[in-house]
Design a protein around this ligand. Structure first.
Ligand SMILES: [Zn+2]
Ligand SMILES: [Zn+2]
Length: 182
């Protein structure tokens, strides 16, 4: 119990520290708000959790980088920039306006709401096509805790406060993500 609480506190402290160092925008695209703690070199390396290896990033850039391995930040930064340029001509990545989970327009027709928030917004059943479930699997593989986004959606709809400011959403997301830390 104590250990768990400590790990949650640590994760939030790390998050707040990174934001104080790098700001709350993604270090790769400098555009989207950061929603994840990115490991520059993969988790599996022994120094993966050293603070110098961690950066705030958006889920989009995290996914773009998820297929490759890097040895330093610069290498990863250039790779992500390349991938972003390529993907701009192809499928468009959207961010749900409520829970901020990333998705492709091909996965869901709404440009504002992810399937979960769309269902809540319009009081419908959650559409769960296979592509959406595959997508959530891909997010998990990229180290993106999609349950935390679902918790955020839940929170926002339960408190009926759609207008939670973006920065507060980011804080909540960091808190919910910490809850799923092993
Ligand atoms: Zn980014
Ligand atoms: Zn959503």
């Amino acid at each position: 119990m104590n250990t768990r609480r400590r790990s949650i506190t640590n994760r939030l402290e790390t998050w707040n520290y990174l934001i104080s160092l790098y700001g709350n925008r993604c270090v790769y695209c400098h555009d989207n708000y950061a929603t994840q703690i990115d490991h520059v070199v993969p988790y599996s390396y022994c120094y993966a959790n050293d603070i110098e290896n961690l950066r705030p990033s958006c889920a989009y850039c995290n996914i773009l980088a998820s297929d490759a391995t890097f040895f330093d930040f610069e290498e990863k930064y250039n790779y992500v920039a390349d991938m972003r340029a390529k993907s701009q001509s192809g499928r468009r990545m959207l961010l749900c306006s409520v829970c901020m989970i990333p998705y492709y327009s091909a996965l869901h027709p709404s440009a504002l709401f992810c399937p979960v928030c769309w269902a809540k917004e319009y009081r419908k059943d959650v559409p769960a096509p296979k592509q959406w479930r595959d997508w959530l699997g891909k997010l998990s593989m990229a180290g993106i805790e999609h349950r935390a986004y679902m918790d955020l959606a839940e929170y926002i709809y339960n408190t009926k406060s759609h207008n939670v400011p973006k920065l507060r959403k980011l804080e909540l997301l960091a808190e919910f993500t910490a809850e799923y830390d092993k």
